[in-house]
Design a protein around this ligand. Structure first.
Ligand SMILES: Cc1cc2nc3c(=O)[nH]c(=O)nc-3n(C[C@H](O)[C@H](O)[C@H](O)COP(=O)(O)OP(=O)(O)OC[C@H]3O[C@@H](n4cnc5c(N)ncnc54)[C@H](O)[C@@H]3O)c2cc1C
Length: 469
């Protein structure tokens, strides 16, 4: 049996992301390091074997790890909830897991701001905010992720009056490679603040963050069927009608499920059903998707069949906002999610549809999820200086089996690049520094900040080398 301290995130994630490691305390240090830990991300699409694994409980212990890394010329990667579908959180050097730095540090009821340690999971933050009558104004689909992790990768949801989640951060503290702690906000180290909200894990260790919250609210979710033509022809009207509007397109068909989420005073209610959501929507779907790995021509039929089965009726749910924003993602999957200028939504989707029609051998699992986000001024935010549409494509891994996706992936990326897209930092993409220089007007500014804070590249890994070299 290992004597690795209990990993608080294991409790919530329900998946074996960490192997059982043999302990190996690092001499002369207060903080214990562990050898032999294996890390796998949630989707099991990437993993790594860090040379040493640390779970610090204090800022001083983090400083010790960085000092040791400098001494031994090692690289360091901080990991949050390990939910990034790409290898952005992987390392073969030192891995710092922030699960024990997960306290709420301060709640300012008057300003509606909460200061938290960087390793807190959203799943643990929501009930605390509930107690204080507060909520985050917008959230991604899952809660087993950390505050520092979601902002670092530019996690987003939907709503034309809402930015990516990092826009809710009003201050943060960062420990840089030499152990210095920097406070950043609009009023202090403002340039660094503009960079550090989407930090990619490459500027240092985020220690704490202050979030601007809103009064607690309930949401009503209404979903109903439509067609791609109707939604694209009336996009502005849909965007105005619902605060958190998104839609799901079912590739190889005209079918769309429209989802409106709006503030409500109605008591919680749910139209969820185990039979439809699990028996049909999960177990039967996974089985049929697995069959389709032998008969890919079935995929179009599966998309149409499940739309007809599960999405042709009107469905309504209402609850506390975080219970409506988040949902259980049951399927392991490969995923790409690019942000394109909002006005390019119709052109890009119709081109993707035309590509699939012209190449019947290229198959695409449902759904393509389309969301909308307000522009911001964060240097490496995919929504930097423009209102954006995110177009999320997936290929499931039924029973862990990879389904060929290369042609779909390449065709999608070509369309995204053509319409001026920028890829989600946490998800799959094939972009390198040359692409990012074209995509991001502030890329040189971010690089200069990174090189100043981390001249030896302590916080780089294979993923980030492609971004910065
Ligand atoms: C099922 C599922 C649903 C998802 N839904 C959405 C969605 O709706 N919208 C969306 O945009 N994305 C979504 N994602 C992507 C997800 O939000 C991001 O991958 C997010 O970064 C995960 O947070 P994490 O805590 O797991 O971060 P990790 O994957 O652990 O880390 C992400 C990055 O942050 C860095 N990092 C983490 N903590 C620190 C720290 N304290 N200091 C310095 N660097 C740090 C890591 O080094 C890494 O670079 C989803 C992913 C999954 C698996």
């Amino acid at each position: 049996m290992s004597d690795l301290p209990e990993d608080p995130q294991r409790r919530n994630q329900g998946s074996e992301m960490w192997s059982q490691p043999p302990i190996s305390a690092t001499a002369m240090m207060m903080v214990h390091g562990y050898k032999g830990v294996k890390f796998q991300n949630w989707a099991r699409t990437y993993g790594c074997c860090p040379e040493m694994y640390y779970q610090p409980t204090s800022v001083e212990e983090i400083r010790e790890v960085l000092a040791l890394a400098r001494q031994q010329n090692k690289r360091v990667k901080v990991v949050g909830g390990g939910h990034s579908p790409s290898d952005i959180a992987c390392t073969d050097g030192f891995m710092i897991h922030m699960g024990k730095m997960n306290r709420i540090l301060q709640v300012d009821k008057e300003k509606k701001q909460v200061t938290v340690e960087a390793g807190i999971l959203l799943a643990d933050l929501h009930p605390e905010l509930d107690k204080h009558g507060l909520s985050m104004s917008n959230l991604g689909a899952v809660s087993d992720v950390t505050v520092a992790g979601v902002i670092g990768s530019g996690t987003h949801n939907t709503g034309i009056k809402h930015g990516i989640l990092a826009t809710q951060v009003v201050a943060l503290t960062l420990m840089t490679a030499d152990g210095t702690i920097l406070e950043c906000s609009e009023f202090s180290n403002a340039e660094l603040f503009q960079a550090a909200r989407v930090h990619l894990g490459c500027l240092g260790v985020i220690l704490s963050l202050t979030l601007q919250c809103v009064p607690q609210f309930h949401l009503q979710e209404t979903s109903f069927p439509s067609t791609l033509k109707e939604v694209l022809d009336n996009l502005d009207s849909h965007l105005k009608k619902s605060e958190y509007f998104r839609f799901l397109w079912f590739p190889h068909s005209e079918n769309v499920s429209v989802i409106y989420q709006d503030h409500t005073n109605k008591p919680p209610f749910s139209s969820a059903s185990w039979f439809w959501d699990y028996a049909i929507g999960f177990y039967l779907l996974e089985f049929l998707l697995w069959i389709s790995t032998f008969l890919p021509c079935l995929v179009g039929w599966i998309n149409r069949f499940f739309f007809w089965f599960l999405f042709t009726g009107k469905r309504e749910n209402s609850n506390l906002s975080h219970k409506i924003f988040t949902y259980e993602c049951r399927f392991k999957q490969h995923v790409q999610d690019w942000a394109i200028p909002r006005e390019k939504t119709k052109e890009a989707l119709l081109e993707l549809k035309a590509m699939l029609e012209a190449h019947p051998k290229v198959v695409a699992h449902y759904p393509v999820e389309v969301r909308f986000t307000q522009g911001d001024d964060i240097l490496l935010s995919p929504c930097f200086q423009r209102d954006s549409c995110y177009m999320n494509i997936i290929m499931y891994r039924p029973y862990g089996k990879d389904v060929p996706r290369l042609d779909y992936w390449l065709a999608y990326e070509t369309i995204m690049k053509k319409v001026g897209g920028r890829p989600h930092w946490a998800k799959a993409h094939n972009c390198t520094r040359k692409d990012f220089e074209k995509m991001y007007p502030a890329f040189p500014k971010f690089c200069a900040i990174r090189e100043k804070l981390d001249p030896s590249g302590m916080f780089l890994n294979a993923y980030l080398e492609k971004v910065f070299y």
